[in-house]
Write a protein that binds this ligand. Structure first.
Ligand SMILES: [Zn+2]
Length: 153
């Protein structure tokens, strides 16, 4: 029988690697738990998982430097780095999750400029303040400003 060989896509291979890492070391659970703790979206792509795996590896590396006698750390760290390397070899790159909005700190939106179009030369430009007249930076002609209205969106 001549069955054409099925070439798995990098995506298929990567998910197989993650499934295996979940079975042996609960890596996917670790990632999902960490995303959940940070109130961040549940990872749903290889790039998402890769980000968290490398992030976890970095945290463990930092811990290893500060407390080197924790003997259970190195094997897990090696595994995380190896896993990340295999995903990168397949062409994936880490995707940082969008940061959750800081609820405590609010930012005020301000209108930074008013835009207008020169009727004479069509030059599009901005003025920062509301003035009675505007002068075109391109042709030098002055115009009086019509009544304006704030637009709420
Ligand atoms: Zn003009």
């Amino acid at each position: 029988m001549n069955t054409p060989p099925v070439t798995p896509t990098p995506e298929t291979l990567a998910w197989a690697i993650l499934t295996e890492a979940e079975a042996t070391d609960a890596i996917k659970s670790m990632v999902e738990e960490r995303a959940g703790c940070g109130n961040l979206p549940t990872p749903d792509s290889i790039n998402d998982y890769l980000f968290w795996i490398e992030d976890e590896a970095e945290i463990q590396e930092a811990q290893l430097e500060t407390s080197p006698d924790e003997t259970d750390r190195p094997p897990h760290l090696v595994l995380l780095r190896e896993l990340a390397g295999r995903l990168r070899d397949l062409g994936f790159t880490p995707d940082a999750p969008p940061q959750a909005a800081d609820e405590g700190e609010k930012v005020k939106l301000a209108v930074a400029a008013y835009a207008w179009l020169c009727p004479k030369c069509n030059k599009y430009q901005r003025v920062i303040e509301v003035t009675l007249t505007v002068m075109c930076v391109a042709c030098g002609k002055s115009f009086s400003v019509a009544d304006h209205h704030h637009v709420y969106g």
